[in-house]
Design a protein around this ligand. Structure first.
Ligand code: MLC
Ligand code: AMP
Length: 442
């Protein structure tokens, strides 16, 4: 599935599940080079693309039938809907419901296999925890090809039989105008900083809203507090991953929503903080967060070795997020053990961009880092070393990556240097680069 957000896209998702198919949604920003990889890896039986992309996608197809779906009732999928009602396929909690690709540390995207049990357990837990009601009106501003917009936001509303107002692009004024008839909003920190800065954002504008939820990327404590000063509402921050759905949440009721923390493990979900070798870490001390529960995925599609590396024998999944846990169980994320950039709530693995840059003529090597970005939280910067005698420029590198990588992954700045800083082991010191280029996107 690589289609634009529409109510028909939601029906397509639900129909696929009812038919017992495995739903594989893809970011609409992916280029054809990226799409070719997903098609080859997933080997889909049916591919649904935007009408305008039909010829291009047909050229990439190695398996499956191609149909199209537009946002205005167009597309061959809707033309050919049969009249008869198709029975619901029986599926067990262990059966696959969806594969969601997440970028990988090796540069190749991994397909996280999510079961019906994963999706249902997380959805039921969050419905109860966040108090979803039939009369709720969800203002839906996220894309529906990721866990956040597709599962976390939509499942609660669907289970409660609530109303959903779809926004396709993000326009602060249009979203705030909907607060008068809305009750719940879910977004990434970039949405909240943009909303806080909008002139239309006032206490009065928010009086009908009962819940603002943030996740997918760190919400700075200052941003949390500025939002409360302006609106009188306290954002509920939660934490999750594609592989696990939601893991922790600040309380909806009966406890404090503490800025800079991601709250408590969800009911039925266990977490623990471990050192590099899996050893227990003293309470309150940082270590890698591990998670176990009915929400944890079934493994990576066709990557059993990767699955074995990331899920321990006792069933705990290694998140790669560095966290501390208080005596009462509250979790605070303090860093990442994985080399990952999160821009505007989207994950970007530097390795994938480094591989693309290293393959360019005249490039000796490169290091890609995330540095502070006022709007997206983090932004991508590349530091490049040219081969002896070769001339490499920022303009040439950026131009070469156009069309190869989705726009959100493309470096916003490229610096050409004589050498990369390395430690005694010869490893590139990304922390040193991050502090050197800390102001590059400000
Ligand atoms: C847009 N751009 C981005 C970007 N989004 N660059 C880096 N990272 C992003 N996330 C680029 C555009 O290509 C454009 O570049 C420039 O930034 C300005 O674009 P814009 O029009 O201002 O951006 P906009 O369309 O408003 O998008 C911003 C956004 C969007 C924050 C609304 O990125 C978004 O919807 N993010 C949410 C992603 C999400 O759903 N994450 C959840 C993953 S699930 P140029 O050069 O062309 O001008 C997950 C698990 C969990 O993580 O816990 O939830
Ligand atoms: P993804 O792989 O796209 O599912 O992204 C999951 C990653 O997003 C997690 O491993 C975290 O690093 C990050 N993340 C999600 N929610 C939060 C949050 N509330 N605060 C900080 N990081 C978060």
């Amino acid at each position: 599935m690589q289609v634009d957000k529409s109510p028909e896209n939601v029906l397509l998702y639900l129909a696929a599940e009812r038919l017992g198919m495995v739903y594989v949604p893809l970011n609409t920003a992916y280029t054809s080079a990226e799409l070719a990889y997903f098609l080859g890896d997933a080997e889909p039986a049916v591919v649904v693309c935007r009408p305008a992309d039909e010829a291009e996608v047909r050229g990439l197809l190695t398996t499956g039938t191609l149909v199209t779906l537009g946002t205005d009732g167009t597309g061959s999928l809707l033309d050919d809907i049969p009249d008869e009602v198709v029975p619901v396929a029986e599926r067990t909690p262990e059966d696959l419901a969806a594969i969601l690709y997440t970028s990988g540390t090796t540069g190749r995207s991994k397909g996280a296999m999510l079961t019906h049990g994963n999706l249902l357990s997380n959805a039921m837990t969050l419905k109860a925890l966040w108090g979803w009601r039939h009369d709720d009106v969800l203002i839906h501003i996220l894309p529906i090809y990721h866990v956040h917009g597709l599962f976390v936001a939509l499942h609660g509303a669907l289970l409660a039989g609530a109303t959903v107002l779809f926004h396709r692009g993000f326009d602060s004024a249009a979203v705030i105008a909907d607060f008068a008839r809305g009750s719940v909003l879910m977004g990434v920190p970039t949405h909240y900083t943009r909303l806080t800065g909008a002139p239309e954002m006032t206490r009065e504008a928010c009086t009908n809203m009962r819940l603002f939820i943030s996740g997918s990327a760190p919400l700075l404590a200052e941003a949390h507090e500025r939002f409360e000063e302006k609106t009188g509402q306290r954002i509920l921050e939660r934490y999750g991953m594609t592989e696990t759905g939601m893991i922790t949440s600040n309380p909806y009721e009966g406890g404090a929503r503490v800025a800079g923390t991601v709250g408590y493990p969800l009911p039925g979900v266990e977490v623990r903080v471990r050192g590099d070798n899996g050893e227990l870490v003293e309470q309150g001390k940082p270590g890698v967060l591990e998670v176990r529960g009915p929400n944890v995925f079934a493994g990576y599609w066709r990557m059993p070795e990767k699955t074995a590396q990331e899920i321990r024998e006792d069933g705990f999944f290694i998140t790669g997020d560095v966290a501390t846990q208080d005596a009462d169980g509250r979790v605070t994320l303090v860093g990442r053990a994985k080399d990952l950039i999160i821009a505007g709530g989207l994950n970007i693995y530097p390795k994938e961009i480094e591989e693309a840059i290293d393959a360019l003529p005249g490039v000796e090597e490169s290091a890609v880092i995330g540095v502070p970005h006022p709007d997206m939280g983090e932004g991508v910067v590349a530091v490049v070393v040219a081969q002896k005698g070769a001339r490499v420029t920022e303009k040439a590198v950026r131009a070469a990556l156009e069309g190869q990588l989705a726009r959100f992954k493309q470096p916003r700045r490229v610096f050409v240097v004589d050498a990369l800083p390395r430690n005694a082991m010869g490893k590139v010191q990304k922390a040193a680069l991050r502090s050197e280029y800390a102001e590059a996107l400000k």
